[in-house]
Design a protein around this ligand. Structure first.
Ligand code: NDP
Length: 328
């Protein structure tokens, strides 16, 4: 007698997650040999979804159409604090709870944001490539721009944005930020207009959620305002930046440089970006350490096991009701 709830796994997850899911659930894989055809038989029984990044590196979308095929669905547990690939509003309307992995990755992502900022400003990857290419004996690496004469703007001042700002305080540079509402009790200058912030600073670090409300928020006009000495750092989501506009701005000197951890069509990075020397490119690694990915993975599992143990999930997203309607 197998009383484990049926769970749909949309793509590969870390082995430590999959092992635990297999213990607590009857797992059905959307990325198995049958593909989506598996839904024809299992859809009526599915009570949970575990979702994350697909085999290609692209995220698996949990859409309203998928939820509508799963009448017993109660919970969607998302690997990652960003859940723009899950239609959380549609889930809320259907009484389905969505969970994400906030908090456990703030410091890790903030560390990486600072590293990427310094890499872009001081041209550290370029300098390393110079050494490896054997060019040092012919002359020293050209002088780089500096952080010393810059002011810093942060777009998004939530959990991670604040962790970035705390670190940057140690660099003794002015910090200002843009969000829709000012954050109580912060000493940094609040700027209610994104273009005005871009005009005021020469490093712009982006750490807002993805999704419709931030889509192409960093567009040609913002890049123009950031200006020819400006450096853009994106650790948020690729969708937040108009990528073709950024390529053009980097090519024609509208801005000076960029540091990017995320891209519009991951894992595909435009050849034009790869060809540019004034951009530092990382394959979406901001939270990707053993320690932090394990903490995120455990939260994906714990949200699910708590829910089916009759307790509220640990980290529901704001769009979904808790306690939502139980159907099981
Ligand atoms: P929070 O929810 O704590 O903070 C989000 C911040 O963004 C808030 O300050 C919010 O302020 C602001 N914001 C949201 N929507 C808008 C908008 N439309 N315009 C302006 N500001 C907006 O999130 P976290 O700090 O935990 O995470 C932020 C994002 O970082 C995640 O959603 C994820 O996409 C990304 N991320 C990327 C990682 C990577 O690997 N590169 C790793 C981890 C996270 P307000 O609502 O007042 O506008």
């Amino acid at each position: 007698d197998d009383s484990r709830p049926d769970l749909l796994q949309t793509g590969p997850l870390m082995p430590m997650i999959e092992r635990q899911l297999d213990t607590h659930f009857r797992v059905h894989r959307l990325d198995g040999p049958q593909g989506a055809a598996i839904l024809d038989t299992v859809a009526p029984h599915i009570r949970a979804i575990a979702t994350g990044v697909g085999a290609s590196g692209a995220r698996n979308n949990v859409t309203a159409a998928l939820m509508d095929r799963l009448p017993k669905l109660e919970i969607v547990s998302n690997f990652g604090v960003g859940y723009d690939s899950v239609d959380a509003v549609a889930a809320g309307a259907r009484g389905i709870v969505v969970t994400n992995t906030p908090g456990v990755l703030d410091d890790e992502v903030a560390d990486l944001a600072v590293a990427l900022t310094l890499s872009a400003v001081r041209r550290l990857p370029q300098a390393e490539r110079y050494l490896r290419a054997g060019k040092w004996p012919q002359g020293g690496f050209p002088f780089s721009p500096t952080l010393r004469d810059r002011s810093i703007g942060i777009v998004g001042m939530g959990r991670i944005g604040q962790a970035i700002a705390r670190r940057l305080e140690g660099f003794d540079r002015p910090i200002a930020y843009y969000t829709r509402r000012p954050v109580e009790g912060l000493a940094y200058a609040y700027e209610p207009d994104l273009i005005a912030l871009a005009r005021k600073v020469d490093v712009l670090i982006v750490i807002v959620p993805g999704g419709a409300s931030t889509h192409h928020m960093i567009d040609a006009a913002v890049l123009e305002a950031l200006g020819p000495n400006g450096i853009l750092v994106n650790v948020a989501r690729g969708s937040v930046v108009d990528e073709p506009a950024l390529v053009k701005a980097l090519q024609d000197g509208t801005i000076l440089a960029a540091g990017l951890d995320v891209f519009e069509h991951e894992p595909n990075v435009p050849a034009e970006l790869i060809a540019l020397d004034n951009v530092v490119l990382l394959p979406h690694v901001a939270s990707a350490t053993h320690m932090t990915r394990n903490a995120m993975g455990q939260l994906v599992v714990d949200n699910l096991t708590r829910w089916f143990g009759g307790e509220p999930p640990l980290t529901p997203v704001p769009e979904t009701p808790v306690p939502p309607v139980r159907k099981g």
